[in-house]
Every structure is written in C-alpha cells, then in structure tokens.
Design a protein around this ligand. Sequence first.
Ligand SMILES: Cc1cc2nc3c(=O)[nH]c(=O)nc-3n(C[C@H](O)[C@H](O)[C@H](O)COP(=O)(O)O)c2cc1C
Length: 357
Amino acid sequence: MNIKRYLATLGVKGLRLFSPEIAHLIGMRFLKSKTLGSMFFPDLKDISSEVLPDILPMLKVTVPGLGELPQPIGLAAGFDKNCDCPEAFPRLGFSFLEVGTITPKPQSGNPKPRIFRIPTERAIINRMGFNNDGAAQIAKRLQAKIPLLQGIPIGVNVGKNKVTPAEKSIEDYMVVIEAFKHLATFFVVNISSPNTPGLRDLATPFFIRELRAASSNIKTPIWIKLDPDMSKPKLQSMIQAILEAKFQGAVLTNTHRVEWPEGGGLSGHPLSVLSTTCLEWAWEVHKGRLPIIATGGILSGIDVFQKMARGALAVELYTALIYHGPWVIYNLLLELVAELNLRSIRNLSDVVGCHYL
Ligand SMILES: Cc1cc2nc3c(=O)[nH]c(=O)nc-3n(C[C@H](O)[C@H](O)[C@H](O)COP(=O)(O)O)c2cc1C
C-alpha cells in the first residue's frame, strides 16, 4: 500500500507537467483502466479491511434520498461530466457521486484553455461551459454502468444548453430529468454555474416554483445547487422557496465567479469561507429542516467536520482530488476521525448542526 501511495504522489506531481485539461484526460484514462489504476489507487476494500475497520462505523451518515452512506464524502459535479467511469470512484472511497452537468443536446463548451491551476492557493479557475455528450448518449452510458456501481448513489447534475433562451430553460431541465428518471438516484439542478450566460439569473423563488410544477410527477429526489455569490437576503429567499416547494435539499455551493487572474469559477481553498458562510445563512432559515450537501474548499478532514457542524449532512469535493490525488478520501477520513476523537464525539452524525447549539 505504501508503494501505491508513493507512486500516486509521483503521478499527481507528474500530471502537473501537462495542461490541466490534458492532465484530466490522462487521469481519467487511469481511472478507467483497472490494471493501470491498481498500480496507483487505493481500493476501499483493502483500506477498510486493513486500516479502517474500527473507525468506519462511527462515520456512517444518512442522507434523505441517498440513503445510509458508509461515510459522508462524495464526488462533486464536473469531474466525470460524461459518465465515463463512475465505477472508478467507489474504489477511491467516494460514497456517492454526481455526473454531469448534462444538457439536453451535446455541446462543446468554451474555447480552450478553460481550466487554470493556482497551486499556491490550492485553487482552480474553470470556465468549461457545460461541455458534455448530451442527455441521450450519456443516459445510454449510465444504463450500461449501473451494474458496476456497487449500489452507490449516483446523482445526475442537470443543466441547460447555452443556446436555449431563458424562458425555455425549464423545458431543458425537464428533458434531462426525463432521460435519467429511471437511472439516477437523485438529481441536482444546476442554476449556479458562472460559465453559462444568464444561468445564475434563473436563481429566483419564481423559477423554483415553476420547476416544482413541471417536475411534480418525478419521483426521483431533486436537489438545487446554488452559487456562493448571492446576498444574504437572496440566498435565504431561495432556501425558503426550496423548502416550500418541497425539493429534497440544497447543494451549497458552486464556484465563486471571478474575473482575475482568469475569468470563470474559482474552486478550492479560497472558496471555503464564502461557501461555509452560505451554510450559516441557510441554517438561519431551515434550522435543520432542509437536507444540505456542502461543497466548496474541502481539502482536509477538519473542513469536512466544519461543513457538517454548520448543517451539512454530507459533502462533495473536486479540487482536493486534483491537488491531493487518489488517496484523498483515505487521508480525509483519517483526519476526520482524529478530529472526532479529539472532541470525544462517537458518531459523525451527531456533528450535524452542532455549531449552532
Ligand atoms: C473544472 C471544474 C468543472 C466543474 N464543472 C461543474 C459542472 O459541470 N457542474 C457543477 O454543478 N459544478 C461544477 N464544478 C463545481 C464543483 O462541482 C464544485 O461545486 C466546486 O468545484 C467546489 O468544490 P471544490 O472546492 O471541492 O472544488 C466544476 C468545478 C471544476 C473545478
């Protein structure tokens, strides 16, 4: 196992020699291949039998619509946009994942370069613009992958095509939801990416009510993903609307819109405080009544603890996987358990909302 970790560290350093998008393609290639992957990647089965058996029971959480999870860390949207290798992520230890963002029709996204590393900040700026293969093709792919997923919850992150006018957005969201309604464990409606013109303007209580009306016959749980750049009153009015419309929950948050040093959405460490503040503003409204999945700047086990203390039932990460590599979940879980032990907390689920006690 130590040799695998060493190779993985070298691999992550090696990937930095390539542009971020090429590095991502190479990383996905390794993830797809069991043989290549087994040289570098942990397998949670090894980990749980060799190292984690005593601590796993304390990490269990229950998330409405996702069920009971062995631990609370999932993969955020955008990493496996086309559902190319969802089966690889449970092997890295993720307990659930989102694929997408998926739009009705395929689209190529913004011109390259469109991902930028800021290593000194452990941050990324991206302006991908929902490049994806479109709902029909990705639904076929997911259908074929489901037997390989070992039953882990899979979320489909739903978007609109760039060319679709704002007044027809709900139709776009519904096309994708219909295509995946028998395949996804849950949906995440993305009205928060900064890279599709006008997308964030959809984030209004009116849109939430319209979407509810359009999706009233959908049984699969629907979550709404919000951006971290709203004023406090606006975010709170959205949380209230999501509660009233009885959507399953909110994913807080997407990336922070920036213009410098590149235009796009900022993720990773600098997003952390902004995103955690949204959890606090949201709690003032829902007081534990609305399930929350937190994402934004989770790079350590203590970050997981802090998000859950502020009301998240589970968390998702993306940027940490880029900087810390395939052992990230393993490391975060050990740090999280150390934090729980330090505070004499026996069960992680007792942490949810403890910041407000
Ligand atoms: C390169 C890149 C692409 C992303 N693409 C999407 C996307 O398609 N849909 C989405 O909802 N979020 C997308 N995100 C945002 C992540 O899902 C996540 O919300 C955000 O990065 C914050 O988490 P992190 O700080 O752990 O990266 C993307 C993030 C990155 C870095």
